[in-house]
Design a binder for this molecule. Structure first.
Ligand code: 16G
Ligand code: MG
Length: 547
């Protein structure tokens, strides 16, 4: 029987041949590279997702996207039954399968089925989604071919944001308890909760209801348009970079805005107006505005986490609930945000390695875990016990007034949040609701704390794996001497902080520096880049000073 299944795989795999010698790795967010190199990977991920589905006896998701990367790239990642990232052991299988030469593919497949003791007669069901890249249509077809070759059932959701596909998978595997696994189900769940929340905001003016969204010329723009009828004018969105003319992620989108610290091209920005940018698959969001001097102000993932945390803490207190709230960040979090959260707000802050799965995992440890990367990817996780306590209180007819209101707000807050993964649309609705309820402007939100000036740079080296880190990527243990050099450099600058790490998505080493002034942050980043270049095998020209 095993052989029968695999014969079909063998036949089909020749239609999706692997270029000999090509080696790719399932990285921080799946496979990601130039779209031309990905056809065999897609087919094989269709196969692997089918095995994963048989193993877990649940629906598995496969998303075709390269997020904020250029249009020419593409990528793929697998989604586990509860809508979370696929478990690490299977990331390993993904790499093995991807790198097997054509003639070894069956052996590699058999290896997984044996190691995992997979019952091949078990049914399999796969949800597939894709972003708007021109390569995504044929690549997602290759995923579907892989599923079919192993006799799995598939449902093609077509164009969806990454978090929408995570949501669908979770809905399906919870038999609708998390929501209905349709686009309509997604929009009505989120928008109903948004209306419930904003009902509590008194006298919102049209100005306060208006938001400019930079869709990065990607899927997020399409989906915000699709959502508009559900919002019923409770939120009035002007969409820019909707993909009708501009190029995906080109001079726009959340990554561009965060890294360049300036507004995207193609967006009309007026002083004081609220603006936000999504990335290419709408799982990141950052906010920003320009002041009356036309000076740009960014509200990144750290500011978002702080806003959400402040709001939730207040509600929990009002509701009289004993729930522990914590914030999970990475080393990229601005030092000011960490200090504010720990010293002023007195909440627990945990630092993890970069990558959604690490933050998500850490956030699960708390009653309420708010996690955000500075780049704008994040969400809030409520433990089952916390959700039940909130639910019970909201339905308790013996409590009144403030407590009751807080419990009801908390309940709708849970509903508006996509707990499976960071979701730009869901985060946007949550942020808009919080600002409305608190009657807060972006300037007021921004004033909660002031960011320390910072700079991110990248250095090309011949092999980025020579850099090994520890302490949630805050310290380099190799190559020898690098950390000592960084320590010495950091001491030269007031409020200096810097760290280096190999990128998980690009062939570079990333450098982050922060200091009391922008000049100092830039100078520190440059000096650390030079140290990386010299001690870790830099290639090409030596990094030049920024000024
Ligand atoms: C991926 C990660 C993101 C992380 C980024 C870092 C997921 C879904 N996405 O986009 O969380 O911030 O990689 O990239 O995990 P880097 O390693 O190239 O700096
Ligand atoms: Mg993304």
């Amino acid at each position: 029987m095993m052989t029968a299944h695999f014969e079909e795989v063998l036949k089909q795999s020749h239609l999706h041949p692997k270029p000999a010698g090509l080696i790719l790795e399932y990285g921080t967010s799946g496979f990601r590279t130039n779209a031309k190199q990905l056809d065999h990977i897609m087919f094989r991920m269709g196969l692997l997702a089918t095995l994963r589905s048989k193993k877990t006896k649940a629906t598995i998701g496969v998303m075709v996207t390269a997020s904020h990367n250029p249009e020419e790239d593409n990528g793929v990642k697998l989604i586990d039954p509860m809508g979370e990232m696929v478990t690490p052991a299977w990331e390993g299988y993904a790499t093995q399968l991807a790198n097997s030469e054509q003639e070894d593919l069956l052996t590699a497949l058999k290896d997984v089925t044996e190691k995992e003791a997979i019952d091949m007669s078990q049914e399999a069901r796969i949800f597939v989604g894709k972003d708007t890249r021109s390569s995504s249509a044929s690549l997602s077809q290759s995923v579907l071919d892989g599923v079919k070759a192993l006799d799995g059932q598939s449902k093609d959701y077509g164009l969806v944001t990454t978090p929408q596909l995570h949501y669908m998978v979770c809905c399906q595997n919870t038999q609708g308890k998390y929501g209905e696994a349709t686009m309509d189900g997604y929009y009505s769940k989120l928008c109903t909760a948004f209306h419930q929340l904003t009902k509590h905001a008194s006298n919102r003016t049209d100005d306060q209801k208006h938001l400019c969204v930079d869709g990065a010329n990607g899927i997020g723009a399409l989906k915000v348009q699709e959502m508009e009828s559900h919002l019923k004018k409770h939120l009035q969105i002007s969409i820019f970079n909707d993909g009708s003319k501009g190029k995906l992620n080109f001079q726009c989108g959340a990554d561009f805005v965060k890294v360049q610290q300036k507004p995207p091209a193609g967006l009309e920005i007026n002083p004081g107006g609220r603006c936000c940018s999504f990335d290419g698959d709408a799982d990141r969001i950052v906010y920003y505005y320009i002041d009356s001097q036309r000076c740009f102000h960014l509200l990144d993932g750290d500011k978002i986490a702080t806003l959400i945390c402040t709001y939730l803490k207040q509600l929990i207190n009002q509701a009289g609930l004993d729930l522990k709230i914590a914030v999970v960040q990475t080393a990229y979090a601005n030092g000011s945000s960490t200090r504010y959260l720990e010293d002023t707000m007195k909440v627990t802050v945990k630092c993890t390695k970069t990558g959604v799965k690490h933050l998500h995992h850490a956030a699960l440890e708390f009653d309420i875990g708010v996690y955000f990367e500075a780049n704008g990817h994040g969400t809030v996780l409520f433990s089952k016990a916390a959700e039940e306590m909130i639910q019970k209180l909201a339905e308790d007819s013996s409590i009144k007034d403030e407590r009751k209101k807080a419990a009801i707000l908390l309940q709708s807050t849970i509903t508006v949040i996509n707990q499976t993964v960071g979701d730009a649309i869901s985060d946007m609705l949550l942020i808009e609701a919080i600002l409305a309820i608190k009657g807060m402007t972006l300037q007021q939100w921004d004033a909660i704390y002031s960011d320390l000036p910072n700079r991110q740079l990248k250095v090309k080296v011949s092999d980025r794996r020579v850099i090994d880190t520890t302490d949630a990527e805050r310290r380099a243990v190799s190559p020898a001497g690098l950390q000592d050099t960084i320590d010495t450099l950091v001491k030269k600058y007031k409020q200096g902080r810097s760290f280096v790490r190999p990128s998980g998505t690009e062939d570079v080493v990333r450098v982050y520096a922060e200091a009391d002034t922008q000049e100092n942050a830039d100078a520190l980043a440059h000096e650390v880049s030079l140290a990386v270049y010299r001690l870790a095998g830099g290639v090409g020209d030596e990094p030049k000073p920024l000024h």
